[in-house]
Design a binder for this molecule. Structure first.
Ligand code: SF4
Length: 189
């Protein structure tokens, strides 16, 4: 079964093939992470600066040629529906965990990039001790400098689904370029 097909079975509203050629890593996205908008910057192994420089992330991404892009779309009661946003995020993270688990059975060195920093442990060990679950920890698309709206647009799925909706997007890079043996998790910088 194709991963896109499996993603739809798991419940993602959108799933498409992702071309690595479309991925541009932008310093501006890293600057947004560092600006304090995300409270996890500098606090998790999954997030900058611990997840590696943009150059290191770019090298890692370029060892792949294809992947899958998935999205969960939630319907909100109004723009202040914080519970709806958090419910959609939880659903997305759960779906993505299931998809990644399945993908890793056949593609152990695939590279998943999720939505938001790693929240697996209530207290991250960063920076004093190594990550507790290095093979389960996932960085976000933003941590890698990816502008999610740009990635969606270039790969043919909407980023915005209209008023009263919220979307969470993640991807898994799956298909290695010929001759690449880079292991996405064992060779963290
Ligand atoms: S798995 Fe735990 S220790 Fe590792 S990055 Fe996530 S929160 Fe931190």
């Amino acid at each position: 079964m194709e991963l896109t097909e499996l993603a739809r079975e798991i419940g993602f509203e959108e799933a498409c093939i992702l071309s690595v050629e479309t991925l541009r890593l932008l310093p501006e996205v890293r600057e947004m992470c560092a600006s304090g908008r995300c409270l996890l910057y500098g606090k998790r192994w999954s997030c900058p600066p611990a997840c590696g420089s943009l150059e290191a992330c770019d090298r890692r991404i370029k060892t792949y040629q294809r992947g899958v892009l998935v999205q969960t779309v939630g319907v909100l009661e109004d723009v202040f529906d914080v519970d709806g946003i958090s419910r959609t995020e939880k659903t997305h993270k759960h779906r993505f965990e299931v998809l990644v688990r399945q993908a890793r059975r056949v593609l152990p060195d695939c590279l998943p990039l999720t939505a938001g920093g790693c929240t697996r442990c209530a207290m991250c060990t960063y920076p004093k001790k190594p990550c507790r679950f290095p093979r389960k920890m996932m960085s976000s698309m933003e941590a890698y400098g990816l502008l999610v709206s740009d990635v969606c647009e270039k790969n043919g799925i909407p980023y915005y689904h209209g008023e009263g909706t919220i979307a969470f997007t993640s991807c898994i890079l799956t298909e290695k370029r010929k001759g690449e043996n880079y292991d996405s998790e064992r060779n963290l910088p």
